[in-house]
Each structure stands twice: as structure tokens, then as C-alpha cells.
Design a protein around this ligand. Structure first.
Ligand code: NAP
Length: 276
């Protein structure tokens, strides 16, 4: 769908970290024109910044924003969602699409607040979306049709790649791509320290570690080969890499990462139950 040609009005409730990243992504990526975008934020400095940087319009209230939008993006903290939606029910109109990026807020909960005439799509972006290199997953609600999903996809493409999952897999996604950047930051810290340990400067070591990680990831994406296959390519018989890999396997790196993702998934489930 060509969102520019559609002329659809896109309203953002909350333009903090994630909301502003989405605004930037869709304007800089030319997904929509700035005149199509409306923002509302409890912190007026955030709305004013969006208006001055991207020429978007500011709504004085969330009510005004919902009245003027075809698509409403909910980008406030999860605990604020009930309060925001409570005051909006009476102005929701037929055919509107509500897209929530709030972590842990279920479709059931969103649909309970948003009248039947509007559709709900739940989305989980991750931290690198803030720089346009993220991965987001989409789960449509029971009232969302093909068009609601297409609109959501188009908007999210501005901040990274988009995948579809069933809502029941959201906790697993939270544990992998949601918390995943933190695992990678830890690995990068460790590799940097390791470089220093074998005599490199901190600056050189950090650059080598980051670019090795980015380059290895890109190789998987661009060659279409599996990580295992690529690992064999760098493990020459009796060489340095296989010596290091032997030690990493013995230290349980693979099992530790698997256990970490399982622990994060269980914790996401527990937090969800507390919310219910
Ligand atoms: N940041 C991430 O990497 C990330 C990743 C995945 C999902 N998410 C989700 O994205 C959502 C937003 O997170 P964030 O990091 O962008 O939070 P944030 O930086 O705090 O932005 C939220 C903005 O909404 C404003 N706000 C609060 N109450 C409001 C209201 N009633 N009406 C309008 N605006 C209101 C806040 O203003 P005040 O500061 O004045 O309260 C703030 O400017 C969360 O639900 C989070 O789960 C974020």
C-alpha cells in the first residue's frame, strides 16, 4: 500500500524514544508526508521537537489527535495505556486502526478498551529500531483485517525489518529480539576486554569486536548460509579458531545463551500474569 497516496492521517500518542523513532523512520523513509502526521505527548517538549525537526502537526490533546487520525499509534509506557484509552473510547470512529507498541500489553486488554468498530494491532519493536536497524513483530487483533496489517507493516518498515508472529509467541519474541540487544552488548563488552587482555588498546579492541559482530551477522543475511556452515569456514584444522571454539563449548556458552532466553521468556510470562 502506498501510504502517501492514501493520504491516511497517522497520529502518535507519545513521541518519546520509540514514538519519535517511528516518526523519524516514516518521514525520512518517505513512507508518508509530514502533513499526514499528528503527534500528542504529555511532555510538550517532545511534540515541539518533532514539529520542528519533521514538520509534523501537534494535537493539543489525545482526544483531538484521535478525532483527526485514521491510524493511531500508542507509544506510551505500558502502565499508561489504560489511562490513555479510558478517555478516548467515545471518540473512536468506524474503521480506525490502533497500533500498540507497548511491551506486555495484550490484544485482549487493548480490545477491551477500544470499541469494536476499530481494529487493534500489537507490535513489538526492539531497541535498534531507534536507529532504523531494528526488528519488529506484528500480531493482529481479532478485528484487524488485511488493510490494518498492511498499514502497520508499511509504517514499521521505516525502522527496520518486520515479521509476523502469533500473539502467544510474544513472550518468546520479548526474550529473543526484545532483550537480545543486551545479550549482544554483554558479548561485545567481553570481547573488548578480551582484546585488551591480549594486548590491544581499548579503542582498537572495541572497534574490532563491534565490526566483527556486525560483519558476521551481515554474512549470515547476505550469503544465505547457516551460522554453522560459516563457522566451519573459519575453523581450519588444528588452527586458532577451533581451539577457541572448543573452550567456548566446554564453558557452556551455547547452553548459557539458551538458558538465558528461556529465563527471559519465563519472566515475561510471569509479568504478563501479574498484569492480568
Ligand atoms: N524504547 C524501546 O526500545 C522500546 C522497545 C520496545 C517497545 N517499547 C514500547 O514503546 C512504548 C514507549 O516507550 P518509550 O521508551 O518510547 O517511552 P518514553 O520515551 O517514556 O515515551 C513515552 C512518551 O509518552 C508520553 N506520555 C505519557 N503519558 C502520556 C499521555 N497520557 N498522553 C500522551 N503522551 C503521554 C511521555 O511523557 P512523560 O515523559 O512526560 O511521561 C513520553 O514523552 C512503551 O510502551 C514500550 O514498552 C519501547
Amino acid at each position: 500500500m502506498d501510504l502517501k497516496a492514501s493520504g491516511l492521517k497517522i497520529g502518535f500518542i507519545g513521541v518519546g524514544n520509540m514514538g519519535s523513532a517511528l516518526v523519524r523512520g516514516i518521514i525520512e523513509g518517505k513512507v508518508v508526508n509530514s502533513e499526514q502526521v499528528l503527534v500528542s505527548d504529555a511532555d510538550t517538549a517532545h511534540s515541539l521537537q518533532m514539529a520542528s525537526e519533521y514538520g509534523v502537526k501537534i494535537a493539543k490533546t489525545n482526544e483531538e489527535l484521535v478525532s483527526a487520525s485514521d491510524v493511531v499509534i500508542l507509544a506510551v509506557k505500558p502502565q499508561v495505556i489504560p489511562r490513555v484509552l479510558d478517555g478516548l473510547q467515545y471518540i473512536v470512529t468506524e474503521g480506525q486502526t490502533f497500533i500498540s507498541v507497548a511491551a506486555g500489553v495484550t490484544i485482549k486488554k487493548l480490545e477491551a478498551f477500544i470499541p469494536d468498530k476499530a481494529a487493534v494491532v500489537r507490535v513489538l519493536p526492539n531497541l535498534p529500531c531507534l536507529i532504523g536497524s531494528g526488528v519488529s513483530v506484528i500480531s493482529p487483533g481479532s478485528r484487524a483485517g488485511a488493510e490494518d496489517i498492511e498499514i502497520t507493516e508499511e509504517l514499521l518498515k521505516g525502522i527496520g525489518i518486520v515479521l509476523h508472529v502469533r500473539e502467544k509467541d510474544m513472550d518468546a519474541v520479548t526474550a529473543l529480539s526484545g532483550s537480545g540487544p543486551a545479550y549482544v552488548f554483554l558479548i561485545l563488552e567481553a570481547l573488548t576486554e578480551a582484546g585488551v587482555r591480549v594486548g590491544l588498546s581499548r579503542e582498537i579492541s572495541e572497534k574490532l569486536a563491534v565490526h566483527t559482530l556486525v560483519g558476521a551477522g551481515k554474512m549470515v543475511l547476505e550469503t544465505g548460509r547457516s551460522p554453522e556452515e560459516l563457522r566451519w569456514m573459519v575453523s581450519s584444522p588444528g588452527g586458532t579458531t577451533i581451539a577457541a571454539l572448543h573452550l567456548l563449548e566446554k564453558a557452556g556458552l551455547r547452553a548459557a545463551l539458551m538458558d538465558a532466553v528461556v529465563a527471559a521468556c519465563r519472566r515475561a510470562e510471569e509479568l504478563g500474569l501479574v498484569e492480568e
